[in-house]
Design a protein around this ligand. Structure first.
Ligand code: PAF
Length: 287
């Protein structure tokens, strides 16, 4: 089936209403475009369990800081359309900035506590931008389920919290991060990295893996786990650490000592040259 492309909110809502009346299940895969295999895996996962998969492409100005890469964020919609089709997606929702934020636009959504730390501390306003646009994309596409990558771990928690708090009644499905064979987490921003930087970026995965292995061996002191991560990251002087930390997976709380039976998440962010990289790894407790 050729890809149906929709650019207005009204048309998108009407189509979703019609599909719902026909008893179809709808999945939404929100993206900012410049799709890679990680996005394709989200679409393919959504296709497995839903009749209709709507991929959205919108580079959301609201979630970029004034000094961030909104203007130069990579864009290639023709290539994206092919990736969506090849992955089994049937609809592309591709609104303009004016369509999403007309001149009289006034509302933002703020998920307070869980937005404060980690990414929220280094990117003020970012998560308000994310929560706001995701709520609007949900309002436009009216999905039963929405799919997000684990790569943006804190974002997934914030979206789940928003859906819960605002009674949106949408199921949020998280798909594991897809990695290059080297271990580098797939990201649209990897296009900014030189070949040398791509090799240097592997230090993030090494630090996460080492921290993870320490936890598996029973370590629960946060400072110890973080020290190991910092030591490994320090072997790559080109990488400037913003945070390399471990937190409770469901709340992002950071007690000095974690309880044995808690699921944990290791989180890293920083700059390699001019490119900001983030990555994470989950530790799921056996109990
Ligand atoms: O993860 C992303 O690509 C974006 O933050 C999202 C969820 C599409 C909102 O703009």
């Amino acid at each position: 089936m050729p890809l149906t492309i929709i650019t207005t909110i009204k048309e998108m809502q009407d189509l979703s209403d019609t599909l719902r009346k026909q008893g179809k299940t709808i999945a939404c895969v929100p993206t900012m475009g410049y799709l890679h295999a990680g996005h394709a895996s989200l679409i393919k996962e959504a296709v497995k369990s839903h009749d209709i998969v709507i991929t959205t492409i919108f580079v959301n100005p609201l979630q970029f800081g004034p000094k961030e890469d909104f203007e130069r964020y990579p864009r290639d919609t023709e290539r994206d359309k092919n990736i969506i089709e090849a992955s089994g997606g049937s609809i592309l929702f591709y609104p303009s900035i004016d369509e999403m934020y007309p001149p009289d636009y006034q509302t933002t959504i703020s998920v307070t506590n869980i937005s404060k730390s980690f990414e929220g501390a280094f990117r003020p306003g970012h998560f308000e931008g994310v929560a706001t646009v995701v709520a609007k994309l949900f309002g436009a596409t009216k999905p039963h389920t929405a799919f997000f990558g684990q790569k943006d771990y804190q974002q997934t928690l914030i979206i789940k919290q928003m859906v819960h708090d605002l009674n949106l009644g949408i199921c949020i499905s998280i798909v594991p991060t897809l990695r290059e064979s080297s271990g580098l987490a797939m990201s649209s921003r990897n296009v900014y990295l030189s070949d040398d930087e791509k090799k240097q970026a592997l230090v993030l995965h090494s630090a996460l893996s080492e921290g993870h292995s320490l936890i598996e061996h029973g370590e629960r002191k946060r400072a110890k786990i973080e020290q190991v991560m910092h030591d490994i990251l320090a072997t790559c002087p080109e990488f400037t650490i913003q945070y390399a930390s471990v937190a409770e997976a469901d709340t992002l709380a950071t007690p000095d000592i974690f309880l044995e039976n808690k699921d944990l998440v290791l989180l890293i962010a920083g700059f390699l040259g001019k490119t900001r990289l983030i990555d994470n790894m989950l530790y799921l407790s056996k109990s």
